[in-house]
Design a protein around this ligand. Sequence first.
Ligand SMILES: Nc1ncnc2c1ncn2[C@@H]1O[C@H](COP(=O)(O)OP(=O)(O)O)[C@@H](O)[C@H]1O
Ligand SMILES: [Mg+2]
Length: 429
Amino acid sequence: MKILVIGNGGREHALAWKLRQSPHADRIFCAPGNAGTSQIAENVPIRASDLPGLVGFAKQNRVDLTVVGPDDPLAAGIIDLFAAEKLRAFGPDKSAARIESSKIFAKELMRARKIPTAEARTFSNSKEALRYCEQVKFPVVIKADGLALGKGVIIARDSATAKATIDEMMNQHRFGDAGRRIVIEEFLHGTECSMHALLDGKHYVLLESARDHKRAWDGDQGPNTGGMGSFSPANNWNSKLQSLFDSEIMEPLLHGLLQECVTFRGLLYPGLIITRDGPRVLEFNCRFGDPETQALLPRMKSDLLPLLEATIDGTIERCAIEWDARTAVTVVLASAGYPGKYETEKSISGLDEAAKLDDVQIFHAGTKRDGDEVKTAGGRVLAVTALGLTLEAARARAYQAVSRIDFENRHYRRDIALNAVAANVTELL
Ligand SMILES: Nc1ncnc2c1ncn2[C@@H]1O[C@H](COP(=O)(O)OP(=O)(O)O)[C@@H](O)[C@H]1O
Ligand SMILES: [Mg+2]
């Protein structure tokens, strides 16, 4: 089979790496890919936002399966374009992708189906939103409706911050159209967990649990990022939560989608917060998480390719996924300045030395090849994953690998999966 993976992050390197191991995979293309994907696949210089370019490439090269990594092309309707050309592609169509691309759509669906989530109000008028702030109990969480690269969510501890945020989003258009409408919701206390499901329209199979670390600095300080590290399995997940998750979240969601005549085929991952009263949905994502994927796929023993195909074909019910019982820890190495303006073009050393360690996998994100060298080319540069019999062993191995890799002013968190050892750490506040 010829496979095309769309995207250029650590998630896409992990997907291409896992698909490479399938006996059914012949050629794998990555558009546009990075220095890591170029070692296991053929990079194609087409950006993930160039939808006609991607369709044209898939047609011309008779690609059998396209796997879409990031959310933006899904929200823009790439699956619909591929379907119109009778090309097979993994991911939800435009109407199903709204579950991520519109937080208001997701919120309304949850409200209608009584899916446990934060109490929320939506606003399309800044004056009304500002007035609402006079009476609300702080902290509150303010969210831009649309996609904002993980930066459209602000936790406001007081009325001044809330008002400034509303003004920035709605009047000054900091997130463009994404902030035209906003959600103001109750702040929930608890720990977060990412549950990934392969959903074929009617049925789903769950992947193992994972947790990510969103804040830029140690101790969960600093601004939100795309994710600074992850680990799997999550330490705050158990079978009781899983049965609540199935009955209170996934089943009503499937009914809700059915009623809206939306068929979701792809990877659905609800971002959850585990409160004292059970799991609550923070948001729905319609694609693999980054960096959760870099921790999950090294633990997946089953071939990923037939699972993706079964999701498209509506036969996921017949599939079971086999997992490595070990723990995976993923540490992200980022460029100085990330998630703000960051430096690039720094030479990276030690990649081969780090890769020699047992049970270590290095996934590239913002990297590019420059002659014999690999250089930085993005905010998040590498995701270093290690497997271990215990969480502590996986952590130690991951940081051992990290210590062998260097580039100027690299930045990473020293406490990935560390708070997992201490139970019930409240991540925010
Ligand atoms: N209601 C809430 N209570 C507490 N924290 C929240 C709440 N909503 C969001 N957050 C925090 O903000 C982060 C980002 O919010 P999320 O809804 O996942 O949006 P996005 O991933 O699109 O930025 C979450 O991972 C969580 O840490
Ligand atoms: Mg999120």
